[in-house]
Write a protein that binds this ligand. Sequence first.
Ligand SMILES: Nc1ncnc2c1ncn2[C@@H]1O[C@H](COP(=O)(O)OP(=O)(O)OP(=O)(O)O)[C@@H](O)[C@H]1O
Length: 223
Amino acid sequence: MIELSGAAYSYGRSGLLSGLDLTLAPGSFHFLTGPSGAGKTTLLKLCYGELKPTEGQVNAFGSDTRKLGRDGLARMRRRVGVVHQDCQFLDHLPIAENVLLPLQVSGQEIGRDHLDQLLGWVGLGHRADALPQQLSGGERQRAALARAVIMDPDILIADEPTGNIDWEMSQRILTLMAELNRMGKTVLIATHDLALIRAAKPMVSARVLRLAGGTLAAAGAGL
Ligand SMILES: Nc1ncnc2c1ncn2[C@@H]1O[C@H](COP(=O)(O)OP(=O)(O)OP(=O)(O)O)[C@@H](O)[C@H]1O
């Protein structure tokens, strides 16, 4: 689905990431760990085409992302749901409308039943009309998850989806992501939270990768 081969990325002259090889196979579940500033967000952006590699290749659904034009990139992005680190809602719109935004942007519609079902699935059925600033951190993260999957993507990519929320809520979010994986979605989660990775063990068969010193390696067995 998404494959990085010898991919590298630099923001300026000094290189940040190099020699990245990674395959996100259909139905796989990956955690990405590593110290702050190691480049986890940058790697995720390479995977969903927000950034293009400065060397090597990123292939998404059979296309080299460097060769994709605006339309090709938009088509690819519809197949990838992203939960951003800071959620990024439109503050003047209720949660239900924020969740619907990706559909509206792509000119599609869904029935109210489907939206209600999705909000119910993330436990926000009763918060549909609330404004983003009225939600707790955990509720915002779940709304961001609902928005990421509203287009029924093949892959879910989440950047620190449990940052700044309590343990119980973190586990609830993890459980939702494990459910998506059982439904056949590929999942890639960047997280600092090693306890979360350990908690995932009984739920999913996950590969744990560590990004440090600009390259990727399998995480140690201590996890
Ligand atoms: N747009 C940008 N322009 C220049 N440098 C950037 C840009 N975005 C990120 N960086 C730098 O690239 C490095 C990696 O950032 P990135 O956000 O990918 O790391 P991270 O591992 O996700 O960090 P964290 O765990 O703290 O979120 C950092 O040194 C950061 O300052």
